[in-house]
Design a protein. Structure first.
Length: 456
């Protein structure tokens, strides 16, 4: 083969290869064009979707900002250092100076003046003089501008921030004060009416007896007998008044340490002659264990409360009295149980047994058990009434013990509202059994008298 033929053959092969590569490049170019078009379309759709999401988020953000600014409650966000990073208009209103509590949140400038301030410092400066220093767990603030705020705190761990919600309780508090005052006045009026009703009978008897003394024909013996009846009626009225004053005293108890062994012995010394005099039998049990245990309270009031229960058992007894008294200490409580063998308490009057002026006896004052209940409440304790199957009436008084090593008595700390008066029906608690308004109304009267004739 000649050289020219070889050259021609080589060129044909080169052109063939070139054509094949050109076709492959063209095919790849077309595929790439389709892919670019597809990606461009997907990118456009993604961009459109992203813009829509951003617009929706912006709309929600604006709506949340509007809602936050118009909320009647205050919202404050503080960072880890206690510095305010976000606050709404209501919070601005709460801490605004001045006495106008009716300012609208819309009247405030849109730019918050509280931003950047330290929350503890802001609160300390805004508190009313004499108000307690606010701690981390403070749930209520009394501000110098007259507002009373309820505080609720919620940590935001993801952002290392804390959300503080403020609720204006000023008007609600004022309304509660008004209702409470009206309730006390109503209770005092009812109490006065009941006392007048109770006094009317012995007073009428005394007036009748005195009219007999004015008869010229009355003998000395008749005058002496009528005078004794007059004195008896007057003493009955005195007992009513003394019991009333004891009940309405209602002031804070002066707490003193009371050693229980000595208290128990003194109580039994006072109870024994009362039971013996009426021909009854006293069964006493003291289970205080070893060591010195004390309670805090008014010794005379506590003795008087138990003696009132004893006198009540004596007065209602319709047979030879058998009185059981058990004094024990268990689980941080002093328990004094007084049980008799009397007729018991009828089911239809159990719910009223601690009501002031409620009595089933002709000469009963209706204040004896009410005074007992008030005394137990003022000592942060609980009183329960139970009627056993054999008809025995059982009163159980529970008072918090005070250990000698404690810094402060639990009884002294107990709130007047946290004590209880309960009725039991052999199986458990039935219901509270005294109206707080009557007790609170009694707190308005500061007269102090001994318990004396306060028997039911």
């Amino acid at each position: 083969m000649t050289q020219a033929a070889q050259t021609t053959e080589h060129l044909e092969k080169v052109f063939e290869t070139f054509n094949r590569v050109s076709e492959e490049l063209d095919t790849s170019y077309r595929v790439l064009q389709v892919r670019v078009s597809t990606l461009t379309q997907e990118l456009a759709e993604a961009r459109t979707q992203r813009l829509q999401e951003l617009a929706e988020k912006e709309r929600l953000a604006n709506r949340l900002a509007l809602l936050m600014s118009e909320l009647p409650g205050g919202v404050v966000v503080v960072d880890g250092e206690g510095v305010i990073t976000q606050v709404n208009a209501a919070a601005e209103t709460f801490f605004a100076q001045g006495d106008d509590l009716s300012s609208s949140v819309s009247e405030l400038d849109a730019q918050s003046s509280l931003l950047g301030q330290a929350w503890p410092q802001l609160v300390s400066e805004a508190l009313r003089d004499g108000a307690a220093t606010v701690g981390e767990d403070a749930s209520e603030l009394l501000l110098a501008n007259g507002r009373r705020l309820s505080v609720s705190r919620q940590p935001l761990p993801d952002a290392n921030e804390e959300l503080i919600l403020l609720t204006d309780m000023t008007r609600l508090h004022d309304l509660q004060e008004t209702v409470s005052r009206d309730k006390r006045l109503s209770a005092l009026g009812e109490m006065a009416a009941r006392l007048a009703h109770q006094i009317r009978t012995p007073l009428s008897s005394a007036l009748l007896y005195v009219s007999h003394l004015a008869r010229p024909a009355a003998t000395a013996e008749e005058r002496e007998r009528v005078s004794a009846k007059v004195v008896d009626s007057l003493r009955h009225m005195e007992g009513l008044v003394n019991s009333m004053l004891t009940f309405v005293r209602g002031g804070p108890v002066v707490f003193d340490g009371i050693e229980l062994q000595g208290f128990s012995q003194e109580l039994l010394v006072l109870v024994e002659p009362l039971v013996t005099q009426c021909g009854g039998v006293l069964n006493a049990e003291v289970a205080l264990g070893s060591g010195t245990m004390t309670i805090e309270g008014d010794r005379d009031e506590l003795l008087g409360a138990v003696l009132n229960l004893v006198n009540n058992a004596i007065d209602v007894s319709d047979k030879a009295l058998c009185l059981d008294i058990k004094i024990s200490a268990l689980a941080g409580l002093l328990r004094i149980v007084v049980a008799d063998n009397g007729p018991g308490v009828a089911a239809d009057i159990r719910e009223r047994i601690f009501d002031p002026f409620f009595t089933t006896r002709v000469k009963g004052t209706g204040l004896g058990l009410a005074v007992v209940a008030m005394t137990v409440r003022s000592h942060g304790g609980k009183i329960e009434l139970d009627t056993r199957a054999d008809g025995a009436t059982v009163f159980c008084l529970e008072l918090p013990l005070f250990s000698c090593g404690d810094e402060l008595s639990e009884g002294a700390q107990a709130s007047y509202k946290n004590s209880q008066i309960a009725l039991l029906d052999g199986t458990g608690l039935v219901k509270p059994a005294i109206d707080d308004s009557v007790i609170e109304a009694g707190a308005e009267e500061q007269s102090m008298q001994s318990i004396g004739g306060g028997r039911r």
